[in-house]
Design a protein around this ligand. Structure first.
Ligand code: G3P
Ligand code: CA
Length: 283
């Protein structure tokens, strides 16, 4: 962790495209990230998991059936950590459906599951061609608890991709355009020790007073459920030096964006960046 880069320098409060513009296009596809960028998102949020051959890819769930057409490939394994990257690229990415996500079957077919490397290449190309910096907010999705072999390998792969020489330092933290996150406290502490990038502890609840002090010792910010982000909670976390981002907003409850901005959060994870930006302008 660090203090100098802990507060992102991009426009605030941050509009963080949760799994891309996942309200409109299947989550964690390049198409959903590009739409979020076109809508004006400040950050895109890839959840990360490792394939069987150790490639960090943008996916929320270990079970491939939730957001791919794996059902059409009965000979392939059903979990992301059992499938190679090449096998994964033979699948189509799909929406999970529901009110907060792209309608099932929406958008183009043939969407692929991107690697984290491809996501970073896209942001670097955007910066090179337009000068615009869109931040990246990768989450270490864990399999099993704590700093086990899988989780550590994923964290290491994520950090190695961010530091890869081909990016020319674009993701080194000096521009406030990278924030790391995990629900797992051991992973958060590991990321804090292993990099100078800001790290967010995810928490479904508002952390207790004791937890707040412990989080402040290992992280720079908290990502918590919007429904719990009342004024008292925000005040306590801020007093401990933590910034606060809330999840997950969408067009299923568009007014929640305005409420969160009024409450003074530092950023929102939203499936609908266009709605968030419109409401931020009015706040
Ligand atoms: O990372 C913030 C938010 O995305 C946490 O929830 O389950 O969508 O990763 P989830
Ligand atoms: Ca996430």
């Amino acid at each position: 962790t660090c203090t100098a880069a802990a507060q992102p320098a991009i426009e605030r409060p941050l509009v963080i495209a949760h799994r891309g513009a996942s309200q409109y296009l299947p989550e964690h596809t390049m198409e959903a990230y590009r739409l979020a960028i076109r809508q004006g998102a400040d950050f895109i949020e890839p959840d990360l998991l490792l394939t069987a051959d150790g490639i960090a890819v943008a996916r929320h769930d270990r079970a491939l059936a939730l957001t791919t057409n794996i059902a059409a490939h009965p000979t392939l394994p059903s979990n992301i950590d059992q499938i190679t990257f090449e096998q994964l690229r033979g699948l189509q990415a799909t929406s999970r459906g529901g009110a907060a996500y792209a309608p099932l079957g929406a958008g183009p077919t043939g969407l692929l599951v991107p690697s984290f490397a491809e996501v970073l290449d896209e942001l670097r190309a955007l910066h090179a061609s337009t000068g615009r910096i869109v931040g990246v907010y990768p989450e270490v999705k864990t399999i099993g608890g704590g700093l086990n072999t899988y989780n550590r390998a994923l964290a290491d792969a994520m950090l190695a991709e961010l530091a890869h020489p081909r990016h020319g330092g674009l993701f080194d933290g000096s521009r406030g355009n990278v924030i790391l996150q995990s629900f797992d406290p051991e992973v958060v502490a590991y990321l804090g020790r292993g990099s100078s990038l800001p790290v967010v502890q995810l928490s479904p609840q508002c952390p207790s007073e004791a937890d707040t002090a412990a989080i402040a010792a290992r992280a720079d910010g908290v990502g918590m459920q919007a429904a719990r982000a009342n004024a008292e909670c925000l005040h306590r976390l801020r007093a401990a030096g933590l910034f606060v981002h809330v999840y997950t907003l969408s067009n299923a409850n568009p007014d929640l964006h305005a409420l969160m901005f009024r409450n003074g959060v530092d950023g929102v994870f939203t499936n609908a960046p266009d709605t968030a930006i419109a409401q931020r302008e009015q706040a």
